[in-house]
Design a protein around this ligand. Structure first.
Ligand code: PMP
Ligand code: G9A
Length: 416
């Protein structure tokens, strides 16, 4: 008998959707394609030789602990050096027992969903939002309220209006999700005042802040702005970060800093999910930090990505039509582009692919859809010459699209 598998899937599994970015990765592997789509680090930013040295060191000491099951909390020496870094670089007051090592930041996001969202619950996210977070939260049948970003990183007036509206119907959101520094996808950064205000509002309305910070260390210019977690004295902020953008995403190493109670729940969730994070990569990351390599390596990544950002900004200035606007990120890996309303970047995508250039259509970053005239461009991955060439190709596609939209406006089809 043929199994009717759809009948057996849980409601949660039925709600799961594919990530547009993960699907796009397949297209971007087509030879000759210039990809501004995936948020991939540049392979030049992988410190191959030093990683090799660290592995040799692990073998010389004793490889066996790195091959054994580890504790769910993570490799203790790694948690120790991370706590030191978080204090020194990010002003976050924490000790090693405040840190849980996860299989990438993505796993921490799925723990947030699993531990805090029941069907019918409400959570907030700034928009546009990181697609992987939207995907992690979506399956849990919760109600998502979107709060627009502005020049200061979050429209706190809109946040207050929404909270008052929700309050009138007796709804208390569980948390707000935000990437305050060099946000994925917009590249924008939340000001210190707005970080403080957000923390104040979260305390007034009693919800948590999920602060996702993979890009904070990749600042090319401007003043350091402390994470919201560094302002938190009450355990209201769940801070999430990752080695993916400062060392190598293949290690699948992230970490969470949160209150004792939250970490306890996350550890139980992790026990049920994968027992512990990859021990071998934790040992390598530890040797890497302990050997004093990470800070100077991050300086090199920043230099590389700053140059790539500048190449992309120059190309945008030179080739894109004047009606198109874009953000000027001071760090991170992304530029957000807003086109005239007549352009739908989802429909334009196939034309771009035909010219062998890829981007992510902006709609993917809006849990409720819309914003069809926007797109995300990644500048970290491609070689400099290909960035310029890709922007040139994209500019041609946009000009063609604008011209045909103009024609349709000027010569409406008969009968309209
Ligand atoms: N959060 C954000 C904002 C990201 O951009 C990413 C990766 N692109 C992640 C989380 C997931 O990172 P990781 O590789 O550590 O799972
Ligand atoms: O490859 C991934 O899924 C990580 C990148 C995320 C992104 O492009 O935002």
């Amino acid at each position: 008998m043929v199994v009717n598998i759809d009948r057996l899937f849980s409601k949660r599994a039925t709600r799961l959707r594919a990530s547009e970015i993960r699907e796009l990765l397949k297209i971007t592997q087509i030879p000759g394609m210039i990809s501004f789509a995936g948020g991939l680090p540049n392979p030049l930013a992988f410190p191959v030789d030093i990683i090799n040295e660290c592995i040799e060191k692990i073998f010389q000491k004793d490889i066996k602990p790195a091959l054994q099951y580890g504790t769910t909390e993570g490799f203790t020496p790694l948690r120790g050096v991370l706590a030191e870094r978080m204090k020194k670089n990010n002003h976050i007051n924490c000790e090693l027992h405040d840190i849980l090592i996860t299989s990438g930041a993505q796993q921490a996001l799925s723990f947030v969903a699993l531990c805090f969202l029941d069907p019918g619950d409400t959570y907030l996210t700034t928009t546009p939002a990181y697609l992987g977070a939207i995907q992690a939260f979506h399956a849990f049948e919760a109600n998502c309220e979107t709060i627009p970003m502005n020049d200061e990183g979050i429209d706190t007036d809109s946040l207050r209006r929404n909270l008052e509206r929700l309050h009138r119907t007796g709804t208390n959101p569980k948390f707000i999700y935000t990437v305050p520094t060099f946000q994925n996808p917009s590249g924008e950064t939340m000001s210190l005042n707005h970080r403080k205000e957000l923390l104040g509002i979260a305390s007034e309305y009693d919800f948590l802040i999920v602060e996702d910070d993979p890009y904070g260390e990749l600042r090319f210019e401007g003043e350091f702005i402390p994470p919201i977690k560094s302002l938190d004295t009450k355990g209201r902020v769940i801070y999430i970060s990752t080695f993916s953008k400062i060392l190598a995403p293949g290690f699948r190493l992230g970490w969470v800093i949160a209150s004792k109670e939250i970490l306890h729940k996350f550890i139980q969730t992790k026990q049920a999910t994968d027992l512990c994070t990859n021990g071998f990569s934790q040992h390598i990351a530890y040797e890497y930090i302990n050997g004093g390599y990470l800070d100077s390596h991050i300086e090199r990544i920043k230099e590389l990505y700053k140059r790539k950002r500048d190449v992309m900004l120059e190309a945008l200035e030179e080739y894109f039509p004047s009606e198109v606007k874009w953000t000027m990120p001071k760090g991170g890996m992304f530029i957000w582009v807003t086109l005239p309303k007549s352009i739908d970047t989802r429909l334009m995508f196939q034309k771009a692919i035909a010219k062998k250039v890829a981007y992510v259509a902006g709609e993917a970053f809006y849990p409720k859809g819309g914003n069809y005239n926007s797109m995300r461009l990644n500048f970290s991955y491609s070689e400099d010459e290909l960035i310029t060439e890709g922007i040139k190709r994209l500019a041609e596609v946009i000009r063609d699209e604008l011209a045909s939209a103009y024609q349709q406006d000027t010569f409406p089809p008969e009968g309209i």
